[in-house]
Design a protein around this ligand. Sequence first.
Ligand SMILES: Nc1nc2c(ncn2[C@@H]2O[C@H](COP(=O)(O)OP(=O)(O)O)[C@@H](O)[C@H]2O)c(=O)[nH]1
Ligand SMILES: [Mg+2]
Ligand SMILES: [Zn+2]
Length: 375
Amino acid sequence: MSTDDHNAAVPDAAPQGAAPPRDLPALGFTERFEALFAPLAPGGLIPGRVSRIDRGQPLVLTADGPLRAELAAHLRGVADAAIAVGDWVALARPEGHDLAIVEAVLPRTSVFTRKDPGDHAVEQVVVANVDTVFVVQSLAPRGPNLARLERELVLAWESGAQPVVLLTKPDLVDDPEALRAEAATVALGVDLHVVCPITGEGFDILAGYLGPGRTVAFFGASGVGKSTIVNRLVGTDVQETAEVRDADGKGRHTTVAREMFFIPGGGIVIDTPGMRALALWNAEEGIASAFPDVEELAGGCRFADCAHTVEPGCAVREAVEAGTLPARRLESYLALREELERLAVKQDARARADKHRSDKAFGRQVKNFYKQRER
Ligand SMILES: Nc1nc2c(ncn2[C@@H]2O[C@H](COP(=O)(O)OP(=O)(O)O)[C@@H](O)[C@H]2O)c(=O)[nH]1
Ligand SMILES: [Mg+2]
Ligand SMILES: [Zn+2]
């Protein structure tokens, strides 16, 4: 922590485990972010990465250490600028101000979103700028939940990060290999590994996804072992874990916040609380990626806009009848598609268009920052 910083540094709130690196590439500041940030450097701003958010105030890791920050007035209430753990931001550090100020949020390489669990057709950004999304499921007590895995994979694909499935608790089941094969039937085109954070099985493979500047995040229901994996990777118990209730095999929500941790050999992990509600948000492409089998069959349907329900000449339903596509797979696909359609009715057109406007929004943020400085 440099002592001449005029903004309060916050060592007490810094993540436990390995200290956050001070060099930006180790924090994930790639050439892409460097180039995006360049127009803001002449304005005296510094780049930093959001490692956690407490009561709306991000903790931002910078080359000068962690700084507590708040959003600039011109970003507040702007949906495009909502920040998430993992975001790269441009910070001002005004003289005599306790908090640094987030003046812009750099366009993301990936963003994991879901529909806000409330009723509204509102997007919730879970984490940003993740390279690999680990979708975690437990093999015990009942084996993988295929429908949930399909939904999780749709969201993971949609994020733009690389999805990878991790299956935990092989030590608690008789035939982990058979359960793995079952999960593999819905995890098309993604790596799938069995890991045991208790024995360390599979951790050599996890290391391959990590390394300096690489960011991985863990998703899955509570109790599947996400925090236990994170603790083993980090090398100390940075996250609380909880015994799973025997009756229903479900875990309690011990992980309450999303937070970034650092791996001694290099690499950044983000743990997340178990998410009960994983409602889709604009996941058209995610569905297409998660169901390559259905999408390919659909190419053979007589009608280009075939809904695979009652149309004549439907190659998808023919495959189900012939036994080459599991009926439950088509049901999942249709249910997820229908969920998206219901969401589209609730969303206004603007909300839908917003998703692809982050580059434009960033340009506006840069302009607003310089405009406000002239005053
Ligand atoms: N036997 C066994 N227990 C595990 C394994 N992974 C996690 N656990 C246990 O499962 C419980 C829930 O783990 P936790 O990491 O808190 O789950 P989270 O909610 O996904 O973060 C804890 O008691 C862990 O010790 C595993 O591979 N084998
Ligand atoms: Mg946890
Ligand atoms: Zn069809």
